[in-house]
Design a protein around this ligand. Sequence first.
Ligand code: ASP
Length: 346
Amino acid sequence: MKKMITPFITLLLCTLGLIARQQEPNRKQYTLVIHGGAGTIVKTAMTSAKEAAYEEVLTKALQTGYHILQEGGAALDAVEATIHVLEDSPLFNAAKGAVFTNNGRNELDASIMDGRTLNAGAVAGVTNIRNPITAARAVMEKSEHVMLSGKGAENFAQQVGVTLVDPSYFYTQDRWDALQRALKKDSTAAGENVDNRQAAKAGTVNRDDKFGTVGCVALDQQGNLAAGTSTGGMTNKKFGRIGDSPVIGAGTYANNESVAVSCTGWGEFYIRHVVAHDIAALMSYKQLSVEEAAAAVMAKVANAGGDGGLIALDKAGNMAMPFNTEGMYRGAVDRHGNIEVKIYKD
Ligand code: ASP
């Protein structure tokens, strides 16, 4: 008898613990969380006008998503519309304002995932799609595939009526100047006779100019989670490099059973550590809270030498936004519509 009672009591205590954690009375319940990239974002390098401009767009993005959710709309719709606001702003490294590749192009990556169905869609290396997040959603809903790349993705987007633009639409002076700085560093490295492989590596990973990827996670009134991420990748990327942002499980993941996650940072590390899915797995298999799981996985990335951050929102409206860089553009809105926007470390 005792043998049967002990596991029963343990199970009961675990369940009660879980319920207590999900329903802590003073805990805020969030409905939508965003990021606008992590990196060397320090107050001393920022003007108050620039700071205000970032805060304004982040706030507008949160309001857009919140409005949809408040009306009873789907998490997926909120994620797409919120990311549109960030993609359309030249301040962020996604769509308009995307960073440049080594050969002076903008190659965009995006993905979206529906936590209710586990359906997902992604585009990689596209050059003429105005809102890559919408193309990613079209891949999810209008094709039998999960990820389309390059010309094929562009042809598909055209066929299903996604808005295309001339590639010059994505140009911004700031990002162009960042590429020129990166190219100069590349040629200096070559001039110093640095091993070619090292130079290629250093050039590809331009860590100072990479931040600005955008992402959103949302929880709707029906209890559905969704996540999306959109980026231009990393300044001076070469050879058709694709980062973590369009990779489901690495840069983006959503599952109604656990959590919705969107990542930003040094993509190669996020792919190797399957960051977004690892957080969901820790929550499902080990019953870690969203804060514990997100912190544990960020620590793995940091220990491996990677940097960046992420946003995560669980099915009860608890959220985490850890990062190991100087700053991360980020914001959240709770279920009463209270908005928080932050840029630097607390
Ligand atoms: N994760 C993106 C990439 O590696 C870049 C970023 O988030 O800053 O493409």
